[in-house]
Ligand binder design. Structure first.
Ligand SMILES: Nc1ncnc2c1ncn2[C@@H]1O[C@H](COP(=O)(O)OP(=O)(O)OP(=O)(O)O)[C@@H](O)[C@H]1O
Ligand SMILES: [Mg+2]
Length: 253
């Protein structure tokens, strides 16, 4: 399998002195769904931002290996808040990321139709953001990320603000989209069940400066997650790991 994201001894620092995390080695395979949990403030969002090239590496390197295609962007990011532009209709929010890459208006229209269908909101292209529920706005945020046809999706607690029912529905929708499109996903969440439900692997970021302290391979068929004994045991394992990481981090040990 090909590696699409590769970090080598990566460190990020905001003050040019103290690293947020350091010596971080991560490899994500093409088509893999990796979830990332960790202590608050450990650097999960920072890791996504350095991979997306929104902030520079302090030490080490990030390699993103995707084909060069003028009609695509290799990476798209979904943030916790959908951040839709209130003065643009849904369809014009979705095409935001297409401005500046080489696609025709016809392709833009196709991408709007395709992504709205993927997120189950086909009828909403002409609406304004204020006419959507929170969950629908979040889905439009996901549609906007998918519209650039990225090979890699970086998602930072995209369902954090949603009620349990909407969240469950969107998790299943995301898995369906992932299975249909073969994209690679790196997904940050505070919710351990969500991490184990979605991920092929769960990474635990902890310590200070942070590093990946554990990697859990889930290895349970997705149709048997949520309820099975094996699933609940895996959730408990990750929960215990996170608890230990919180204790180590807060005592500064
Ligand atoms: N722009 C910035 N300037 C200075 N420090 C920053 C900046 N962004 C983040 N930090 C610091 O870097 C550390 C990691 O922040 P980050 O947002 O990556 O944590 P996180 O793991 O995503 O936390 P949470 O789970 O609370 O979202 C924190 O100590 C934070 O205060
Ligand atoms: Mg964060």
């Amino acid at each position: 399998m090909a590696t699409v994201i590769h970090t080598t001894d990566l460190a990020v620092s905001f003050d040019g002195e103290t690293p947020v995390f350091e010596g971080l080695n991560l490899a994500i395979e093409k088509g893999e769904f990796v979830t990332l949990v960790g202590v608050s403030g450990a650097g999960k969002s920072t890791l996504l931002r350095v991979i997306a090239d929104l902030i520079p590496a302090f030490r080490g390197s990030v390699t993103v290996d995707t084909p060069d295609d003028p009609g695509k962007r290799p990476i798209a990011m979904v943030f916790q808040a959908a951040n839709l532009m209130p003065w643009r209709r849904v369809k014009d929010n979705i095409t935001l990321g297409l401005e500046g890459i080489q696609v025709t208006d016809a392709v833009k229209r196709e991408r709007v139709a395709w992504t709205l269908k993927l997120v189950g909101l086909d009828e909403m292209a002409e609406r304004w953001p204020y006419q959507l529920s929170g969950g629908q706005r979040q889905r439009i945020g996901i549609a906007r990320a998918l519209a650039v046809d990225p090979d890699i999706l970086l998602m930072d607690e995209p369902f954090g603000a949603l009620d349990a029912i909407t969240r469950t529905a969107l998790q299943d929708e995301l898995l369906r989209i992932w299975q249909e499109t073969g994209k690679s996903v790196l997904f940050v969440t505070h919710d351990i069940e969500e991490a184990v439900y979605l991920g092929d692997r769960v990474l635990l970021l902890g310590d200070s400066p942070a590093r990946i302290v554990e990697t859990y391979t889930v290895g349970i068929d997705r149709t048997e997650r949520r309820e099975s004994e094996a699933f609940l045991r895996q959730v408990e394992r990750v929960r215990a790991g996170l608890q230990a990481a919180i204790e180590t981090t807060s005592t500064g040990a």
